[in-house]
Design a protein around this ligand. Structure first.
Ligand code: ZN
Length: 190
């Protein structure tokens, strides 16, 4: 009788420790992530999903890049269809084609693409208000590259030297008044 209790107790302890091990990663996601994935191959499929989702959250809509160029769509809802552009380091020059797939006019829902340091975005947008065709002040050297402002159904493109953004910290964004908050993404050389 007594020995049976001990066996049961042992079984419970084993079960408890097994539960403890398997629930640990779920309870504390961040610190436990790497270790269980490496230690327990059985848990790998479960662990792999959040591990891959984490970098994707930073860029949920990477732009499709081909032949040192990309095409970004913009719409009447004040959105780009991409939030990240990765420029291949092998490219000397890079072209951004911008399409406005909406129907609203350029003076109401105009879009452009400006490439600049993140710290310069707000200043470029504010100073560009006086230049409705581009929404970038003439001669603004903070702009590495920018297209003109386009309305629904229109397109524009701009090509720039990749060397100009190799030091990192650059963004692409729309400088039309009020659009910066929603229409921006990272652009990096890799
Ligand atoms: Zn815009």
């Amino acid at each position: 009788m007594k020995s049976r209790h001990i066996l049961l107790a042992g079984a419970v302890a084993l079960a408890l420790s097994a539960c403890g091990n398997s629930s640990a990663p779920a309870d504390s996601a961040a610190p436990a992530d790497a270790a269980p994935a490496a230690e327990a191959p059985a848990a790998a499929p479960v662990e792999a999903a959040p591990a891959e989702a984490a970098p994707a959250a930073a860029s949920t809509k990477p732009a499709v890049v081909e032949n040192c160029a990309t095409t970004i769509e913009s719409n009447d809802a004040m959105q780009y269809n991409a939030d990240s552009i990765t420029v291949p380091a092998s490219c000397t020059q890079f072209t951004i084609n911008l399409k406005h797939v909406g129907t609203m006019a350029a003076n109401v829902m105009g879009h452009n693409v400006v490439v600049a340091k993140e710290a310069d975005m707000a200043g470029i947008s504010a100073d560009g208000a006086s230049n409705a065709a581009e929404h970038v002040k003439a001669g603004d050297t903070r702009s590495i590259a920018h297209t003109k402002i386009i309305g629904g159904g229109e397109s524009a493109s701009v090509t720039f030297d990749v060397a100009k953004i190799k030091d990192g910290g650059y963004k692409f964004f729309c400088s039309f008044p009020g659009h910066l908050a929603l229409m921006q993404g990272n652009i990096q050389v890799q």
